[in-house]
Design a protein around this ligand. Structure first.
Ligand code: ADP
Ligand code: MG
Length: 339
């Protein structure tokens, strides 16, 4: 029998790989916002049309890219953020795999304009189906803007599986909120269908939380802060009467990366358990900082799960921090029962 294995063409390999990272418009929003933050931007604009199916654009005032970097940025496994395997355990940036732009360009039409502040002219690159259609010098603001049009136009099956605009837009808001909560020192604007939906000025974490979760939390937030030589947690939990039947408004970040962890959710809700009904979920926005060497962020395609060296210890720390915060705020089971 003859040999049967052949190498997939690069573009097809990229389209397949894109399926892991780019599942829906909100995934593009996440990747572009994270790139803007990683580029050191302190003002970021998100523009979306048709729930991201027609247009997703992110404009930042970050470091920009040279002409060569602009082209390189669309190559798969091309990144400025790590160089060797050890760097994986020193990660301070949101990105590190060098996959996002290559993936997006494999399944959409992309136009990038970018300019480092110290250069007169920027670079404009247009890519569709993973191929560079045009690259030329251009006049543009310092920073980077990436326009992603007609997502999944070349992958009809994917496009077909997208949900209604309302649902896709909700996912986009969710990603926007996560990044905006994690970086209150950065200004964000969100324009949808030509209308400004939200402008977030640079602010404190508390102001940012109130802007995104709602002013009704103004006197409903309990500050959490706890430190050991290796761990630091800070943020807010909602007072017991803000607990909700539905999940949502639960944000847990590790080194500023939003993660989902039922285990750590349990650590937090168990601290509040005596004070809230069994079928309710507490509201929280908490940031845990750990030594990057103690976690593995490379276990999930969209990095929403991470592995801790000692998860039990983290659980105990988070639970104790929330309990302590409740005690300091004199929110105790006994008191609550009297009310
Ligand atoms: P990663 O973020 O994992 O490195 P990406 O595909 O998202 O991979 O981006 C590839 C590279 O392109 C980044 O490492 C960075 O050097 C550069 N880049 C992407 N977006 C921006 C941006 N908005 N500003 C400056 N550089 C960027
Ligand atoms: Mg990235």
């Amino acid at each position: 029998m003859g040999d049967k294995i052949q190498l997939l063409p690069e573009h097809l390999a990229n389209q397949i790989a894109a399926g892991e990272v780019i599942q829906r418009p909100a995934s593009v929003v996440k990747e572009l916002l994270e790139n803007a933050v990683d580029a050191g931007a302190d003002d970021i604009l998100l523009i979306v049309e048709e729930a991201g199916k027609r247009l997703i654009q992110v404009v930042d005032n970050g470091c920009g890219m040279s002409e060569t970097d602009a082209r390189m940025s669309f190559e798969r496994h091309a990144t400025s953020k790590i160089r060797d395997i050890d760097d994986l355990y020193r990660i301070r940036t949101m990105g590190f795999r060098g996959e996002a732009l290559a993936s997006i360009a494999a399944v959409a039409e992309v136009e990038m304009r970018t300019r480092p502040a110290d250069q007169q002219l920027g670079t404009c690159i247009e890519i569709a189906n993973g191929r560079i259609l045009r690259q030329e010098p251009c006049a543009c603001q310092p920073g980077t803007q990436v326009q992603v049009k007609n997502l999944f136009f070349s992958v009809p099956a994917r496009r077909h599986f997208l949900k209604s605009d309302a649902v896709e837009l909700r996912h986009i808001w969710e990603e926007f909120n996560r990044v905006a909560l994690a970086f209150p020192e950065v200004g964000f604007s969100f324009i949808y269908e030509g209308e400004l939906q939200l402008r977030l000025e640079k602010s404190s974490l508390k102001q940012r939380v109130l802007q995104l979760l709602g002013k009704s939390y103004a006197d409903k937030l309990i500050a959490v802060q706890e430190k050991t030589p290796d761990l630091y947690i800070h943020g807010f939990v909602g007072k017991p009467d803000t607990a909700k039947k539905s999940r949502g408004d639960q944000y847990f970040f590790v080194n500023r990366r939003f993660i989902r962890s039922n285990y750590l959710h349990h650590a937090i809700s168990s601290a509040l358990a005596p004070m809230i009904p069994a079928d309710s979920h507490p509201v929280y926005v908490l940031f845990l900082n750990v030594d990057p060497a103690e976690i593995d962020v490379n276990v999930h395609p969209t990095k929403q799960e991470i592995k801790f060296g000692d998860e039990k210890m983290i659980y105990a720390f988070v639970q104790a921090a929330v309990r302590h915060a409740l005690a300091v705020a004199s929110v105790t089971p006994a008191l609550d029962f009297e009310l």
